[in-house]
Ligand binder design. Structure first.
Ligand code: PAF
Length: 287
């Protein structure tokens, strides 16, 4: 059965009020639509942990720093609703801009520090847009738990910090990245890849995996980084926004993974920006 589509905040509040009154817990899965198995794994996690599940679909204009990127973002609402049918979610909240940013909206939520690096450095204003919309979606849905993919690891950290700092009573749950069989991390942006580019795209995760193995064997990062960038470039990626080793705790740049760390990459392939990150085993400092 197609899930109930809710388009206004008033309708949403009507539903959530009843659920809260009945003592039921609410999980929210915020998305921008163009749902793939990565999103659906978040929905499954929410269904397993909460009595009621709301999936939100809102292509948030505030988090795009290029008008063309916003225009080209895939929008597939009917198909999304069909994909959600088998999960029996309780509501799909599809607000228009007026429900999220009503006339005169003047508030910006900005998380400091961790947004200065990686995607934050390359997409000015992006994380302000994410933190602003997610804080709205958290308060509008009054959810007890919010589910986010580790594929956007920096976003997950920003959202966790924002919820803690603003005392929003929600648990932000991170869920593992879901990959295609050839290793490419699932992303709505993969739909924008041409057939030729799609064939080249798994090189990103392949190179990251190899670098992770070499780090685990004790090699230092700088030469591996240079070789990885050269390999991606010769494999068809044009601009490499970043290929970095950073700590999980504070996203500090590292030369060796002597504490819990991840490799982070963002690279352009045929006009599409792909991002990925993977865990790297901790190698204790010698001496
Ligand atoms: O990851 C996304 O799809 C978006 O950044 C989010 C969290 C739905 C906010 O618009």
């Amino acid at each position: 059965m197609t899930p109930p589509i809710v388009r206004t905040l008033a309708e949403l509040r009507n539903a959530t009020r009843g659920w809260h009154r009945a003592g039921e817990s609410i999980g929210v899965v915020p998305t921008m639509g163009a749902l793939h198995d990565g999103h659906l794994s978040l929905v499954a996690a929410a269904k397993a942990a909460c009595d009621r599940v709301i999936v939100t679909i809102f292509v948030n204009p505030k988090q795009f720093n290029q008008a063309s990127d916003l225009d080209n973002y895939p929008r597939t609402e009917e198909e999304d609703a069909r994909k959600l049918a088998r999960f029996a979610v309780d509501a799909v909240y599809v607000p228009d801009v007026s429900q999220i940013y009503p006339e005169g909206f003047a508030t910006n939520v900005s998380v400091g520090g961790m947004t200065d690096v990686l995607c934050g450095a390359h997409r000015p204003g992006h994380f302000d847009g994410v933190a602003t919309v997610v804080s709205k979606l958290f308060t509008q849905t009054s959810a007890d738990k919010g589910f986010f993919g580790e594929k956007d690891f920096q976003q997950l950290m920003v959202v966790q910090r924002m919820a803690r700092d603003l005392d929003i009573p929600i648990e932000v749950v991170g869920c593992p990245t879901i990959r295609e069989e050839d290793g490419l991390a699932m992303s709505s942006r993969n739909l924008l890849l041409s057939d030729r580019a799609r064939i080249k795209a798994p090189l990103l995760s392949e190179v990251m995996q190899e670098v992770a193995e070499k780090l685990a064997a004790g090699e230092s990062f700088a030469p591996l980084q240079a070789a990885a960038v050269a390999r991606l470039t010769s494999g068809g990626f044009t601009d490499i926004d970043y290929f970095e080793l950073r700590s999980c705790a504070a996203l500090e740049a590292l030369e060796w993974p002597t504490e819990p760390a991840r490799l982070f990459a963002a690279a352009w392939l045929a006009g599409v920006r792909l991002i990925d990150n993977i865990d790297v085993p901790v190698v204790p400092a010698s001496g």
